[in-house]
Design a protein around this ligand. Structure first.
Ligand code: PAF
Length: 285
């Protein structure tokens, strides 16, 4: 990590000036929104942005409004200097790292709320979470004005919420989903994996294994209801203290499918708590 950090800007005026200069020169701009504590998954977002655009902008903002009152906003890992070096190593051209008051000035009173796709799954388990995400992502897209924006498929429901809001609000940006980056044992990379003890880290890949086994059973024609119940039992047996859901859903709007065999393309999504970490993962069916 010896490259120089990308320039860091903290105000919307500085961000817009840089992006507008690039666009005036005919360059395409890609944005990768993050909350920092970067890992290989985030770096893959920048690499994907750079394959589709001349310039990649990363944002780093730990967004308080998407954390519930008993969640880990204060504890969420923060490492801006290290993040900037990592971004330099993948050719990121600019880091936008606003303060909370720059993002939400005194008197801020607007919430973007996406009905339907944001309601089940994490929307039910984390009330208010997707309104916080949708509001900050709308602001980031309007502030930066990129040609494209990249989000990880690890947060599959978030990706579908963002696709919906961009369509509904006519925001002129192309949304790209990046495949989930995984450790060798299958665990989806996440900044929250840092909360796991050594024993919990050994048990954590069971979430991916349970979903992968479920996909095989669904392909063999087993009913969604039976497969979901087995996967939840498997996670509890592996030491997960709470399983919020394992559900097979429609790919775009995440509508519930019937309890029987899955008729076509679908997505299986799971969320479960291990120690201090709430882990999520999903796979294509
Ligand atoms: O996925 C994340 O890291 C966050 O939810 C996002 C998209 C940066 C919004 O705060």
């Amino acid at each position: 990590m010896s490259q120089m950090s990308p320039p860091i800007v903290r105000t919307v005026a500085e961000l817009r000036a840089r992006v507008m200069a690039w666009r005036a020169a005919g360059e395409l701009v890609g944005l990768a929104p993050t909350m920092g504590a970067l890992h290989e998954g985030h770096l893959s977002l920048i690499r994907l942005a750079k394959t589709h655009a001349h310039r990649a902008v990363a944002s780093l903002f730990v967004n308080p409004t998407q954390f519930g009152p008993n969640e880990d906003f204060e504890a969420y890992p923060r490492s801006e200097a290290r993040d900037a070096e990592l971004l330099a190593s993948v050719g990121c051209d600019l880091l936008y790292a606003p303060s909370v008051s720059e993002m939400y000035p005194q008197g801020f009173a607007t919430t973007v709320s996406v009905r339907g796709v944001s309601e089940p799954l994490d929307g039910a388990a984390r009330p208010g979470h997707f309104a916080g995400v949708a509001t900050v992502v709308t602001k980031l897209l309007l502030r930066c004005g990129p040609d494209l924006a990249v989000f990880g498929e690890k947060d599959y429901q978030q990706l579908q919420v963002i696709r919906r809001l961009v369509r509904d609000l006519d925001i002129p940006v192309e949304i790209l989903g990046a495949p989930t980056a995984r450790a060798e044992d299958g665990l989806a990379l996440s900044s929250r994996n840092a909360y796991l003890t050594a024993d919990e880290r050994s048990a954590a890949p069971e979430l991916h294994r349970a979903l992968a086994a479920a996909v095989e059973q669904l392909h063999a024609g087993r009913s969604a209801a039976a497969v979901e119940a087995d996967a939840m039992d498997r996670l509890k047996a592996a030491g997960f203290s709470r399983v919020d859901y394992v559900e097979v859903r429609a790919v775009d709007d995440l509508a519930r499918l019937g309890p029987g065999p899955v008729p076509g393309p679908a997505r299986i999504l799971g969320a479960a708590v291990l120690g201090k970490a709430r882990l999520i993962d999903n796979l294509a069916v």
